[in-house]
Design a protein. Structure first.
Length: 517
């Protein structure tokens, strides 16, 4: 039962010689993940020179002797049930092994770089890797650190003088690592092997996926490569499969917006659109809508690019332009599969828009996204796609626009009085009480913890339907739509007053509407 890679476990009790060696050995305050998971023991914490270890119920108590020999010091034992043990295991090893520490050991001679390009299982557990190759440990550490910090995207950027690793946390890019330039081909090749891409092809972009587990937590990593002057750029998008089950009530919609969306989802047919820029959370909102509809009584089919989350009970199709499977052709095909509800990842062209309208006219509920700045802009966008106004007026049920702003850390936010520029841009009185970020251990010294959605919604009633049919401009439609409810600017200002976000975050998403007002 020795904690040593490659050894056959033995349950021999420690000898006097072992104890003497233990007293001389430096303390190694950790237990390898593979040993911890197999034998049901995990390190909990160190306090005042004393450490605590959790032992899973049913585990062999003799493992504690080997743990004592390995740690070279005494400890206290907590007996926990399997559920608690799995939680401790995931929390401890997801936090440990930061990418920076692993990058520090990345010192490989050029002649040794070819040895790290071997294949590894596509669903290998990052925390249970038996291979000590520096590049593998580096990549594992980067992804593990990103998952721990809630990173959405990892950017691996080669330049003439360095390889830069940046991570997008709460929508903002932050540089995390800077390494020698000669490391770039090794790191990119290893990622391409993990994603089952062609490592010999460096002239064209490639896309792939990596399935991983991190301390028992399932992760899906989308990989995109792009040739550049100094090498191949790689972007890894981390998709947490556990987040697909989010409820519509947890998105942060106001009661008015939630009622509009709920009523639209109750319609037997029509089109519901979610709009916003890339990274605004449109897909999450669509999946939350699908979850509400996915009660087993409907045939729900989707065509997406790509399929980000697998949902039980929903038939999902991924577009593949190489073989002619586009949004339009995929939508046309799934309409022959007797669907009740159809989700189209994005309406990009007039052909897709026309088929979506025809699908809604023939009794289907269609959910989709459009890239526009606000909810009213979606109506203009569909007009530009040559959708007839009378068809648009009769099929459109609701349009939701959304943004994401960073949420202030509740533990360290600081109340201040709004200064002249912020108060003017937001329409606040001078001296209005607002909050600013400070930074503490709870928020990793950033002042922010996660993001919160800002929403506006239009329910297409008879008045808006007539305005669309008559070719009314955005101002006329918006004046009626937001007569008794908040638009994006008003919703953002409400979050500032409530201390959920900062004036700067609200200004970032609402300056245009404020200037237009």
């Amino acid at each position: 039962m020795r904690i040593r890679r490659g050894d056959v476990p033995d349950d021999r009790p420690p000898s006097d010689a072992d104890d003497e060696a233990m007293s001389r050995a430096p303390a190694v305050l950790d237990i390898p993940y593979g040993f911890a998971r197999q034998h049901g023991v995990v390190l909990l914490a160190e306090e005042n020179g004393r450490i605590r270890v959790a032992l899973r119920e049913g585990a062999d108590p003799l493992v504690l002797l080997e743990v004592r020999r390995h740690l070279a010091m005494s400890y206290e034992v907590d007996f926990v049930d399997p559920v608690q043990f799995d939680r401790h295991l995931s929390e401890h090893y997801a936090v440990e092994g930061g990418a920076a520490a692993m990058a520090g050991s990345f010192d490989v001679e050029r002649g040794e770089l070819d040895f790290i390009a071997g294949d590894i299982p596509s669903a290998e557990d990052l925390l249970d890797s038996a291979d000590d190759a520096p590049a593998i440990r580096l990549i594992n550490g980067i992804i593990a650190e990103a998952a721990r910090q809630g990173v959405s995207d990892i950017h691996i950027e080669p330049y003439e003088t360095a390889l830069v690793i940046r991570m997008r946390i709460d929508g903002m890019l932050q540089e995390k690592l800077r390494m020698p330039a000669h490391v770039a081909p090794v790191v990119v090749s290893r990622i391409k092997v993990m994603a089952r891409l062609d490592i010999a092809e460096r002239r064209v972009p490639q896309d792939g996926r990596i399935g991983l587990t991190l301390g028992g937590k399932l992760l899906d990593v989308r990989v995109s490569t792009l040739p550049s002057r100094a090498g191949e750029r790689v972007v890894l998008r981390i998709l947490d499969k556990e987040s697909v089950g989010i409820d519509l009530e947890l998105l942060g919609m106001s009661p008015a917006v939630h009622e509009i969306v709920g009523n639209a989802l109750g319609e037997p047919n029509g089109i519901i659109l979610v709009t916003g820029p890339t990274g605004a959370g449109k897909t999450t909102t669509l999946y939350a809508c699908l979850k509400r509809l996915n009660d087993g009584s409907r045939n729900i089919l989707t065509v997406e690019d790509p399929v980000e989350y697998a949902v039980d009970g929903v038939g999902q199709t991924q577009v593949n332009p190489k073989v002619g499977l586009t949004f339009a052709s995929g939508l046309r095909a799934i309409l022959r599969q007797d669907p009740d509800t159809v989700m189209v990842g994005e309406i990009r062209d007039s052909e897709t828009a026309e088929i979506a309208v025809q699908a809604s006219l023939t009794g289907h509920l269609v959910l989709s996204t459009v890239h526009t700045n606000d909810a009213v802009g979606a109506i203009t966008r569909l007009r530009d796609m040559k959708v007839e106004p009378f068809l648009l007026a009769s099929t459109l049920r609701a349009v939701v626009a959304q943004r994401l702003v960073r949420r202030l850390c509740p533990h360290c936010r600081e109340a201040i009085h709004a200064d002249g520029s912020a108060a003017s841009l937001l329409g606040f009185d001078q001296g209005t009480l607002v909050y600013q970020p400070v930074g503490c251990d709870h928020c990793n010294q950033t002042g922010f913890v996660g993001r919160i959605g800002v929403f506006e919604a239009i329910r297409v009633d008879d008045t808006i339907r007539r305005a669309i049919n008559d070719g009314g401009d955005e101002t006329i439609i918006a004046r009626h739509a937001f007569l008794n409810q908040a638009n994006l600017s008003s919703a953002a200002r409400a979050l500032v007053r409530a201390g959920e976000t900062t004036p700067e975050e609200a200004i970032r998403i609402s300056r245009r509407e404020t200037e237009d007002a």
